[in-house]
Design a protein around this ligand. Structure first.
Ligand code: 5MM
Length: 339
């Protein structure tokens, strides 16, 4: 298959109707935090057990089109000794890989951060591809305050994101472009809208500068919501604010916008996605690429006990199925009780 065919096939597989992406690419420190919240010690064995369990959930491929893995998991065997990427393919799911190397302070921009990972990226991608990865993910993070993010942070992060995306496409790997505008803080929804618009405009300017093919990438942004320490907004309000910004800043050539959940509760994240898909038709597929909003209930059900395997998989498939419905506006909060 040519590079172009590889990219087009992966895009078509990822944006299949009724499905979204499961973000299971928590780095070692992040998964330790998630496990500790349910009283489990994070070790290579416990991570393998949990991830092997959720990826083996029967029927997962009916609602999940792709899974983002962390490097350790891409190389791990399931509890049945099947390579994890193979296990996902057997479920009809495309394996992907997180390739950024985390973030740190942006020098001379107090409070802002920059994402690392461009050095050696192409040789890492080559190895990940040989292990089965067909798409990649890179996450930039933007903090909101009265003065943040600075234009320095917006430009620098957009630049690295675009360079990463160009390298991925050159190797036949679909890039997920993730500019996360954080929900932390007391800011209003209109402040979040202004920052999101500025960030997205700069990201697409950088993607254009680096000749990234918009038809062969996926955008993974935050929804436009008020800060966590502010009042709650209704799903309709979130949907209107989000679409207003995205219509101005995201070209119609992008095939899919797969939102992150960013600390929304699992139910909120589903309800907001549903509202987005109920508004007038958008030029892109509007789907989910949730980490916490898909996994939190499964992690609680698991609590580190193999005897909870059934309950863990039931909790995951429930969220995957309901988000799959929200992908076409067919979800209703009453469905939460049906299960
Ligand atoms: C699953 O977490 C991903 C990796 O995070 P760290 O590098 O901090 O360990 C993260 O990029 C995730 O894919 C996105 O933030 C979306 O996850 P949520 O939980 O916000 O949907």
């Amino acid at each position: 298959m040519s590079i172009q065919e590889e990219l087009n096939t992966t895009i078509a597989d990822l944006v299949r109707p009724g499905r979204g992406i499961l973000a299971a690419d928590e780095s070692t420190p992040t998964i330790a935090k998630r496990f500790s919240a349910v009283g489990v010690e994070s070790t290579e064995a416990s991570r393998r057990e949990y991830r092997s369990l959720i990826f083996s959930t029967p029927g997962l491929g009916e609602h999940i089109s792709g899974v983002i893995l962390y490097e350790e998991t891409l190389q791990q065997l399931s509890l049945e000794d099947v390579a994890i990427p193979r296990l996902l393919c057997n479920q009809g799911i495309v394996p992907g890989i997180k390739v950024d190397m985390g973030k740190g302070p942006l020098v001379n921009a107090p409070g802002d951060e920059i994402t690392y990972g461009l050095d050696g990226l192409s040789s890492r991608l080559e190895r990940y591809k040989s292990l089965g990865a067909r798409f990649a993910k890179w996450r930039d993070v933007f903090h909101i305050s009265d003065v943040l993010p600075s234009s320095q942070a917006i430009r620098s992060n957009a630049e690295v994101l675009a360079r990463y995306a160009a390298v991925c496409q050159a190797m036949g790997i679909v890039p997920i472009v993730e500019p996360e505008v954080l929900m932390d803080g007391p800011h209003s929804i209109s402040r979040a809208a202004d920052v999101s618009e500025e960030v997205l405009l700069e990201v697409f300017k950088a993607l254009h500068r680096h000749q990234v093919s918009l038809e062969q990438m996926v955008l993974k942004p935050s929804m436009v919501t008020p800060g966590k320490a502010s009042r709650r907004a209704s799903p309709e309000e979130v949907a209107h604010a989000t679409l207003a910004v995205f219509r101005r800043a995201v070209p119609a050539a992008v095939p899919g916008i797969f939102f992150l959940s960013g600390g929304q509760t699992p139910e909120e994240a589903t309800d907001n996605l549903n509202a987005l898909n109920r508004l007038e038709e958008a030029p892109w597929a509007l789907s989910f690429s949730y980490g916490r909003a898909l996994q939190e209930p499964a992690q609680k059900a698991w609590a580190g006990q193999r005897s909870n395997a059934g309950a863990t998989q039931a909790a995951l498939i429930k969220r995957a199925r309901l988000n799959g419905l929200a992908r076409s506006g067919a979800y209703a909060p009453l469905m939460e009780a049906d299960d």
